[in-house]
Design a protein around this ligand. Sequence first.
Ligand code: WT7
Length: 653
Amino acid sequence: MTDKTQSGIFPASAEFVANAHVTAESYASMYADSVKDPDAFWAEHGKRVDWIKPFTKVQNASFAPGNIDIRWFEDGTLNVAANCIDRHLETRGEQTAIIWEPDSPEEQALHITYRELHEQVGKMANVFKGLGVGKGDRVVIYMPMIPEAAYAMLACARIGAIHSIVFAGFSPDALGARVNGCDAKLVITADHAPRGGRATKLKDNVNQALLHETRDVKCLVVKRTGDQIAWRAGVDFWWHEEAAKVSADCPPEEMNAEDPLFILYTSGSTGQPKGVVHSSGGYLVYAAMTHEITFDYHDGDVYWCTADVGWVTGHSYIVYGPLANGATTLMFEGVPTYPDASRFWQVCEKHKVNQFYTAPTALRALMGQGKEFVERCDLSSLKVLGTVGEPINPEAWNWYNDVVGKGERPIVDTWWQTETGGHLMTPLPGAHATKPGAAMKPFFGIEPVVLEPTSGAVLEGNGVEGVLCISSSWPGQMRTVWEDHERFEKTYFSDYKGYYFTGDGCRRDEDGDYWITGRVDDVINVSGHRMGTAEVESALVAHAKVAEAAVVGYPHNIKGQGIYCYVTLMNGEEPSEALRKELRDFVRQEIGPIASPDLIQWAPGLPKTRSGKIMRRILRKIAEDDYGALGDISTLADPTVVEELIDNRMNKD
Ligand code: WT7
């Protein structure tokens, strides 16, 4: 079914396979072992990390209704920072741990060795302690992509504090909600964040976010640009000043495998973002193993993931996975198109990058600029290309393969989620011939099931499509929603009992390969950033002139999905271009620029059922320009609103 309609199958070269960690044969036998006897499999792979007290229990996980309880390696103890730093000192202390490439190519790149990393993280950990942060306390990290962001993560891990990173593109309001949501004691930020030649006033945003905070929240500030900022005496501290006062020696705290390592807020289909909680032991084992195997990372390779540490990709595949493996990981402060559209490829050439991992939205944007920007750079160091964040369209896949990879580099299309901690489905570069746009095969220990959406019946065999669930736990799985275990159960385990529900649709083709078809809930994916339509709606209705709003996604050439808003104004308010701009700015202020509405359509009425429920299915179809498929609208309280909405539909271009 799929092979003939898709543009082909791409096997790895014999040379690649000869040197790969996993081949077709070893994948098959390892996968079979991993699901036949998961305890034995993970007992073995649990040894990838150094334990202070080795675990004796491997898995203790239940997806049973009323008893969602997930534990891995539960009687083991370890320290994540010691695993990412200290244990490498003897063998690779002078090796580069982090290559930092600044926003401007004019500025010097940095090479930070494992020994230097050890020193900086030790100092930051001691500074945190001096500011009153201890084991179990929460620290919010609101930072540019600079090495200090990684130091902060690892410093938390070193002393057993739990970090919650807030992407630097989020607004003060969104930041404030997250600081409060986890009762953070400390926020670490920078004066300004340079990105694409412009600077975001991070410290000012923190000041605004904390304006109404009644608790004593301290702020540690990294000097990045040296530009002026407003200082709050007594609660603000400069990192460089504090660092000068402390020793670099900070013994790592002994943590239980199940102690939380971090919280990361992510959007869902309802309500405000939830705090996804990840563990220390299982998470690290899974991040390290997937990093090595998915990217076929070998000692000495230079690995670059272009994500931001504000997203889970940056946690697992810039910091924790690579550093646990003793890798050289590149951290990039800038954007793909600054100073011009060849920046990614110039950085690959400059640092001789071997594995390159990016998002479809970046590829689509660069594709539009023409291949000259790629071809002028020497990309011969590249061995594996990766993509993540959203389904990749075959055009972008083929461009990545032909223009960037010269048809010779395996592409790993990694499907996973904030909740999963690491890759759940992906081709392995030496094992699977890839198909453009397919997530292909489950990683070791992952048992995907495709369910019929309404009945929940398991769809057996190949050539089936439905919703994607996972039937058993894996070490990197999230453990709970921060202080709301009930919401954890309700969101992921209640629609399809006994399974983890991913929220994604999925097809298993005639060959048994998996294709992710996109979200089946009210989550949209804008430039690889996850957004709950409910969040944008609640931002819109918070505006005094808005009576009601409904938000849906629509296909967007570069972003994958754009944000389409239907807005009903308060009685007496007149629609205008100025008001459109005002609403757009308002949402940016409430959430951040990533939530900026692309299209706002004035809607005198919204299609509702007689019981008052908004029929989003219809709104989605109108936004998609797909009127033929509106379906039955006879149950609407007032079917004429649909015609009206179609007549006034916004032009997509
Ligand atoms: C959602 C998770 C996982 C890190 C980045 C996003 C979509 C992610 C793929 C892919 C098709 C993908 C899914 C998923 N998604 N990767 N390779 N192919 N869809 O993490 O913000 O938690 O979003 O992103 O819809 O559920 P996230």
